[in-house]
Design a protein around this ligand. Structure first.
Ligand SMILES: [Fe+2]
Length: 383
């Protein structure tokens, strides 16, 4: 139960708001408590970005008798908006009407900082540990590959404490940090994390960074953990960006970043060279990705709401299943590039500023990132 109903006389009034982490706990135990998520923003805002499983009842409609009839009396009702202002008014209104309503404190901007970890079972799981770290609201995925006390973190977000505390909890030291590419939809935490823990930072210089305190990555580089028993191989997979690099782990799993998703393919347009990058992408799929074993597990850097994300459970797909789902991967060069260029989604919010920060052209100021990172990830072309 999310509220303060303990069965004992309650001297304090029930909470008016719920923190994002408490809401996550509640959603993980959904079988025990009925939770009704009501997003009170306008339909266009809701269509753009939402919490999976929420219902959209704009606040102007919610306060009408018809709107109220849509709210279940027997559920814990959580009201949601962008920053928790409109939803706070909605929660107060619902409480006056006798509903068990609470406001999601800080709204979607705060939900954007909720993380969930899921161990990934790969062949060789006895040898090393692989954790999929999901930034639930944003749909960003990072990974931690851990072996003999050492840990490599791939694609960390700005909330670097999440990785530090996960490594500590599992008894590992973060020794290597890398990004699959220069991100455009969220600020990378890679450089900050590497500095904070004294780890080596690896980036592909083809993505044109303005700083040089990293080890340049290139095709075929091997990053070894522990006594070298676990190797992470860099595979240059350009198309989303020039320097996009996938990481093949023990030849059984591949971290594809934004090159290949379980439900879509990379977008080639965020560096304003869509025609050239779409061709790179075609070559990457033909020459690099499709030549991998069919049973290799694809572990991407993002997930959309098409992916059923369950707390504590990893999402992934074999290359074989992705090939079956996305026949475009095996289309001719002309068909492929024509489709990709005709189906480019809207640009991510603030992507030009985010790229400048990730390049090192603008200051890294985590205080300013909440607003900058609002909205879903938009790195995929849907197929
Ligand atoms: Fe990306």
């Amino acid at each position: 139960m999310l509220g303060s109903k303990t069965g004992l006389p309650d001297s304090k009034p029930p909470a008016l708001s719920i923190s994002p982490s408490k809401l996550k706990e509640g959603l993980m135990q959904r079988g025990k408590t009925r939770i009704f998520l009501v997003d009170v923003r306008e339909p266009d805002e809701y269509a753009d970005w939402k919490i999976d499983g929420s219902q959209n009842i704009p606040i102007d409609h919610l306060i009408t008798p018809k709107g109220l009839r849509q709210i279940p009396k027997d559920a814990e009702v959580i009201t949601i908006c962008a920053h928790g202002v409109r939803s706070s008014q909605a929660a107060m209104f619902l409480r006056q009407k006798g509903f068990n309503a609470m406001n999601l404190a800080g709204g979607l901007a705060a939900w954007n900082k909720v993380y969930d970890m899921a161990p990934v079972p790969l062949n060789g799981k006895d040898l090393f540990e692989l954790l999929q770290v999901r930034r639930v609201g944003k749909g960003c995925t990072s990974y931690m590959v851990c072996y003999q006390g050492q840990c490599a973190v791939i694609d960390p977000s700005v909330h670097t404490d999440e990785y530090v505390s996960a490594a500590r909890k599992h008894g590992f030291k973060i020794t290597h940090v890398m990004d699959t590419h220069q991100h455009a939809d969220h600020v990378s935490g890679a450089r900050a994390l590497a500095r904070a823990v004294g780890a080596k930072l690896y980036l592909n210089p083809l993505d044109a960074y303005r700083y040089t305190d990293f080890i340049p990555l290139k095709e075929g580089d091997m990053i070894s953990l522990g006594d070298g028993g676990v190797a992470i191989e860099a595979v240059h997979t350009p198309g989303h960006t020039k320097g996009s690099t996938s990481f093949l782990i023990q030849r059984s799993g591949v971290l594809t970043g934004d090159t290949l998703f379980v439900e879509g393919i990379a977008r080639p347009d965020l560096r304003n060279k869509a025609d050239e990058y779409a061709l790179d992408l075609f070559n990457t799929y033909r020459d690099k990705i499709l030549s991998m074993p069919e049973q290799v597990t694809i572990l991407p850097g993002h997930f959309s709401q098409q992916v059923k994300m369950e707390f504590g459970k990893p999402f992934s797909s074999t290359l074989k299943d992705i090939r079956r789902r996305i026949p475009l991967l095996e289309a001719s060069k002309t068909e492929f590039t024509r489709y990709v260029l005709a189906n480019i989604p809207p640009k991510p919010s603030n992507y030009e500023s985010i790229v400048r920060i990730n390049k090192g052209e603008e200051p890294y100021d985590p205080e300013a990132f909440d607003d900058l990172e609002e909205g879903p990830n938009r790195c995929a072309v849907k197929v």
